[in-house]
Ligand binder design. Structure first.
Ligand code: NAD
Length: 291
């Protein structure tokens, strides 16, 4: 049993913290949203009233991005409140080069950091079936895995920053797949094909992806657009991946085209739109073109 601090009890953090409680850990969690803290208490954890009060030997962060991670750790004082030898597990989808800088800064305080972003969505967080992409040195990685193993399957993918790089690249692919799938299905629909029939055939063919196997069937066809992952956070991840490619002098042609289209959608949709709303937006754009 480990005492675990948990900061960021949002759509992902809430079910993840609840799973850590069920795995037998003593979880002290913080989120500025009252309802999020109340949900942790209802799940058997202890809600605290500041991020610094969540300081513990192991602290999990599940925050929107690097800006918030740095603000919580350094401006908010969590890093200074951690005991020497503590471990910070950043499960947010942060920017890898910033994560490396955060790790260096924490090291001067005697605190280790691993990056451990996840894939699998809210459903995976609830079920404990997340894919966890862990970046860090061997000792810190194995210490983290003992705690976060309860959340899904852990892959140690490289040194600090490797997990965040891989996660952003995964999401650039995922977003590009969703855009490409949507163009293809909408073209087929205009030709007279039934989208559900198309997806069934594609899902046993070479064009399949997470978008044809999950996003379209579960969130688009029923018209619910409620995956639980916002378009703003997806665009953030795409930009991290594109920025990484440019820093490394690599071509990011398809990726940048996708970033541009998703950024246009972000401008015209509500701030809290689900990322699957991109399909509705593409469909509306196609309808406007044919008028
Ligand atoms: P969310 O917006 O639902 O949750 C973020 C939480 O952080 C909110 O509850 C917010 O109140 C809290 N927060 C913001 N500022 C804070 C601060 N200063 N101190 C403490 N808490 C603060 O987002 P989410 O969907 O849970 O995503 C969290 C991270 O996980 C993001 O990096 C996202 O990209 C990534 N992610 C999300 C999904 C998904 O399906 N939603 C899947 C994989 C990865």
């Amino acid at each position: 049993m480990t005492e675990v601090g948990f900061v960021g009890l949002g759509k992902m953090g809430a079910p993840m913290a609840a799973r850590l409680v069920r795995a037998g850990h003593l979880v002290r969690g913080y989120d500025p949203v009252d309802a999020a803290r109340a949900a942790l208490t209802a799940a058997g954890g202890t809600a605290v009233d500041s991020a610094t009060a969540a300081a513990a030997e192991v602290v999990v962060l599940m925050l929107p991005d690097s800006d918030v991670v740095e603000a919580v750790l350094f401006d908010g004082g969590l890093a200074a409140a951690l005991p020497e030898g503590a471990l910070v597990v950043d499960m947010s989808s942060s920017a890898p080069t910033r994560t490396q800088a955060v790790a260096d800064r924490l090291a001067t305080l005697g605190v280790a950091l691993v990056d451990a972003p996840v894939s699998g969505g809210v459903g995976g967080a609830v079920a404990g079936t997340l894919t966890i992409m862990l970046g860090g040195d061997d000792a810190a990685a194995s210490r983290a895995a003992d705690v976060i193993g309860a959340l899904g399957s852990v892959r140690h993918v490289g040194p600090v920053g490797a997990g965040h790089a891989l996660k952003a690249l995964n999401n650039l692919l995922s977003a590009t797949h969703l855009w490409a799938t949507s163009e293809a299905v909408l073209i087929g629909e205009r030709f007279g094909l039934d989208p559900a029939t198309m997806l069934e055939a594609i899902n046993t063919s070479s064009g399949r992806s997470g978008s044809t196997q999950k996003k379209w069937p579960d969130f688009v066809l029923p018209g619910t657009f409620d995956s639980g992952f916002s378009l703003a956070l997806m665009l953030k991840d795409m930009r991290i991946a594109s920025d990484l490619g440019h820093r490394l002098g690599m071509p990011v042609e398809l990726g940048d085209a996708a970033v541009q289209r998703w950024a246009e959608a972000r401008e015209s949709l509500p701030a809290d739109a689900d990322h699957t709303e991109i399909v509705r937006w593409l469909r509306d754009a196609a309808a406007a073109r044919s008028r």
